[in-house]
Write a protein that binds this ligand. Structure first.
Ligand SMILES: *Cc1c(COP(=O)(O)O)cnc(C)c1O
Length: 367
């Protein structure tokens, strides 16, 4: 393939020496779960995000689920979620027995539209979960204002936004708590599953440390009925090796996005718009075109990788089919996006020449 969508081997090769040294350290330590590497990574990632606490967990879905659980959100409660997101956002809400209530995005940014929040709030609403989709931070001032007026918790889904900034502050420090994923393809990715929660809330952090480890901080004493959801030492060591380069990697992604903007300038498609105040980290570069199938065929023929994030809106997934005869409200923006969004190759190592190849194919199809 001339330009793969994402080459993880190449991405991690840039961190090879540090990753190997980290793995060797863990191997030699003889301590593989909840040890020094996790403790050190938690400190380093909290410092990076600008929060008091970071709690390593097994993955991004668990991070979101455990935050909801630690806040006591459950059956009978409603949580506002974007209508266009990866399904994990919704699954976290469902996992604690609460009800996900979809809110449509602003078309330009693909992010939760703060102007639509008010209408979705009921006496049962407990929290809002803004997703910094594709690496662009949501309009957090407006979201916070609505949340504060209604006493809602703000739980960031920051799984695609490691390092993104809203008015100078990092994703992870923009709400009451945030869930991160370190799935290999994320901006900060492990060599397997991993996740973390960031927060300034001391009490929440303490509860989360209990919950993730069988409800225990003292061995064989169990304060609550917790779960096993821990970031392991090996993954923490890998993440520690990669974290110092995250800003440089994100800057390289921003350069790639700028090349796409420049080289796709004349093409008949919708390029990603950035809200004033937002400093995205370009987890994905997503364009929209009603002629997506043609573009996809041309990219494939040219040996260029491409994906769709996401081909089916959450409310139309079989997992969210309603068995009680009621129907989801119409969500026309999310429903239109699933037919038009197209993710182009995006990685820190892409060259201007790579981007020229991709843009050339799009311009040939779309003029
Ligand atoms: C990746 C992702 C998650 C879930 O992370 P996992 O580590 O795969 O569980 C949640 N939300 C969004 C928006 C994601 O992209």
């Amino acid at each position: 393939m001339r330009v793969p969508f994402l080459d993880l081997k190449r991405l991690n090769a840039a961190h090879d020496a540090g990753i190997r040294a980290g793995i060797e350290r863990v191997l030699q330590s003889g301590w593989y779960v909840l040890g020094q590497e996790v403790a050190a990574f938690e400190q380093e990632f909290a410092a990076y995000c600008g929060t008091r606490h970071c709690i390593g967990v097994a993955d991004g879905l668990d991070a979101l689920t455990l935050i909801l659980r630690a806040y006591g959100i459950g059956p009978g409660d409603e949580v506002l979620v974007p209508s266009n997101t990866f399904i994990a956002t919704w699954l976290a809400v469902s996992a604690v027995g609460a009800t996900p209530v979809p809110v449509e995005p602003r078309a330009a940014t693909h992010n939760l539209d703060p102007d639509r929040l008010q209408a979705a709030i009921t006496p049962r609403t407990r929290a809002v979960m803004p997703v910094h989709l594709y690496g662009q931070p949501c309009e957090m001032d407006a979201i916070q204002a609505v949340a504060q007026a209604h006493g809602l918790k703000v739980i960031e889904d920051a799984a695609q936004a490691h390092g993104a900034r809203w008015r100078g502050r990092r994703a992870g420090a923009l709400g009451d708590a945030a869930g991160f994923s370190f799935y290999p393809g994320k901006n900060l990715g492990a060599l397997g599953d991993g996740g973390a929660i960031t927060t300034d809330d001391d009490e929440l952090a303490e509860r989360l440390r209990l919950l993730r480890n069988y409800g225990s901080t003292v061995k064989y004493r169990h304060e609550v009925q917790g779960v096993n959801s821990r970031l392991d030492e090996m993954q923490a060591a890998v993440l520690r090796a990669k974290l110092p380069a995250l800003d440089a990697d994100n800057a390289a992604r921003a350069q790639v996005a700028a090349w796409y903007d420049e080289l796709l300038g004349g093409a008949d498609l919708v390029r990603p718009a950035v809200a004033p105040g937002a400093d995205p980290v370009w987890h994905l570069y997503v364009v929209r075109t009603p002629r997506r199938a043609e573009v996809q065929a041309a990219l494939t023929a040219a040996g260029i990788g491409h994906l769709v994030h996401y081909p089916t809106a959450c409310h139309q997934q079989p997992a969210y089919a309603r068995s009680d005869g009621t129907v989801w409200p119409a969500l026309p923006i999310a429903e239109a996006f699933q037919h038009e969004v197209l993710s182009l190759p995006m990685a820190p190592y892409l060259s201007r020449g790579d981007v020229e190849q991709v843009a050339g194919v799009l311009r040939a199809v779309l003029g």
